[in-house]
Design a protein around this ligand. Structure first.
Ligand code: DX5
Ligand code: ZN
Length: 211
């Protein structure tokens, strides 16, 4: 299981120190939540701060866009060369175009669906992305209660098998040491975890417990 700590739950007063700590503690990716106050009722960080994160991190960035204007933000963050940029199915009118725009920058495109969006909506786009991110909370905030989406993970696994076997499955929201085993068994490759890791006094132990 790969683990991508979400820095939304980090202490922003000492953000650089937090990034160094999670990288040293065994993070595989650094998950960066970008919110615009329109698609979700919260705002987070913009290009200036994400640039510092990219410079400090020794692990690749996994940028999760929760915004209305995906193209605007892709152009903004692409120069930082993240491993993934994920955009929400619900906020985008032209899914293939957005996936291609991200790929043209040499970045892996990923698509995200909210807990109430069916997996079958991904049927036509799944072969054009490198990862699908299934939300297990409604996006906008860290520290929310996990919504059991195990059936969706299994359904996605099947869809991927026939359409794009190399596509990875990531889950984001409410992940902890209680649900990690069932997530793995259902077929998840990468978990995002924010409050679980950053509320732990030992980040290495927290990451290890998920792996
Ligand atoms: C929610 C974000 C998540 C969030 C996860 O909108 O996409 O990445 O930070 O935090 P936890 O793990 O606390 O649910
Ligand atoms: Zn996220």
């Amino acid at each position: 299981m790969l683990v991508a700590p979400s820095i939304l739950s980090a202490d922003f007063g000492i953000l650089a120190k937090e990034i160094v700590s999670i990288c040293e503690a065994g993070a595989d990716l650094v998950h960066v939540d970008v919110m615009d106050g329109h698609f979700v009722p919260n705002m987070t960080i913009g290009p200036v701060v994400v640039k510092s994160v990219a410079q400090t991190s020794t692990k690749p960035l996994d940028i999760h866009l929760m915004v209305e204007d995906n193209g605007f933000f892709v152009d903004m963050f692409a120069p930082l060369k993240p491993r993934y940029i994920s955009f929400h199915y619900e906020s985008e009118k032209h899914h293939h175009r957005m996936a291609q725009k991200i790929r043209n920058y040499g970045i892996s495109p990923a698509i995200v669906i909210n807990p109430a969006t069916p997996v079958e909506f991904l049927k036509e786009i799944v072969k054009y992305v490198d990862m699908v991110l299934l939300m297990s909370v409604n996006p906008g905030f860290g520290g929310q209660k996990f919504i059991p989406i195990y059936d969706k993970i299994r359904e996605l696994k099947e869809l991927i098998k026939t359409n794009n076997p190399d596509c990875l499955i990531e889950v984001d929201g409410g992940v902890n040491d209680k649900n990690i085993k069932e997530l793995k068994e259902a077929g998840v490759d990468i978990v995002v975890a924010g409050s679980y890791i950053f509320s732990h006094k030992n980040y290495e132990e927290a990451i290890k417990s998920l792996k």
